[in-house]
Design a protein. Structure first.
Length: 247
């Protein structure tokens, strides 16, 4: 399936976030030991960097194996860009969730939420907001809001959140977000149109060893939603609007 997504988008990525209630330890030795352990399992992740509010372990920009892990005060995130298989991304996320309780002293009670995000970037040189409006809202009652002489959409970034009461896998209810982000000012694009599918499971866990299982349950539901809802109802209409747009 990842080949399909990579054909539809300029970039496709799968990110994971573990958010905690208390600040994570940021001691030099603790972070370096975690990064060394990750590098042993993923040798391409050889670039250690410090940003304004996070520490990151990444693959070099020229490397085709684009993986990263970032530690902030109250969360640790990981991501893989354009994975050849879903499992290539899940392998990194699962490893992070297995290691964090030991290296960063994350208690089961400390877990705020586990999040899995599927991102789809579509390169679009024209007016992003006009494209998204035409693709997703033009046949809806909201389209009448543009029945003003000379008016055109200038900020159209739909966001819909839903709750799935039984997500399966014994993880309980999850929150799912469908979001479109534009990156243009008027008729000048400064980046791609981004489509996000976010799945989030809130609450502590009984045992830290459950964290990879939670991520696996989110992944099963995420793949299903991406294929059955995001692609046909968001990505394909946007691509069609891009092809017919003169904006």
């Amino acid at each position: 399936m990842t080949d399909t997504y990579r054909a539809l988008c300029s970039d496709f990525y799968v990110n994971q976030k573990l958010a905690v209630k208390l600040d994570l330890p940021r001691e030099r030795q603790t972070i370096l030991e975690l990064c060394d352990r990750l590098r042993r399992q993923f040798p391409s992740m050889s670039l250690f960097r410090r940003y304004r509010d996070e520490l990151a372990l990444e693959t070099p920009a020229a490397d085709d194996d684009n993986r990263w892990v970032a530690v902030k005060n109250n969360n640790i995130r990981s991501g893989v860009v354009n994975p050849a298989r879903f499992e290539d991304a899940y392998e990194l996320h699962r490893c992070v969730l297995e290691l964090v309780p030991y290296f960063l002293s994350v208690s089961p009670l400390d877990v705020d939420y586990v999040e899995l995000l599927y991102g789809f970037d579509l390169a679009a040189p024209a007016n992003h907001d006009g494209i998204v409006f035409d693709a997703l809202l033009s046949n809806s009652p909201m389209a009448r809001l543009l029945d003003i002489p000379g008016a055109e959409a200038s900020d159209c970034q739909p966001l819909l959140g839903v709750v799935i009461r039984d997500a399966g896998g014994g993880v309980g209810p999850i929150e799912v977000g469908f979001e479109v982000k534009t990156a243009s000012r008027g008729h000048e694009a400064s980046g791609p149109i981004s489509v996000y599918l976010t799945l989030r499971r809130f609450g502590s866990v009984a045992d830290a060893k459950e964290l990879p299982r939670v991520m696996d349950a989110l992944a099963r539901r995420g793949e299903e939603l991406a294929a059955s809802h995001v692609v046909p109802n968001i990505i394909v209409p946007i691509r069609e609007a891009m092809g017919s747009s003169s904006l």
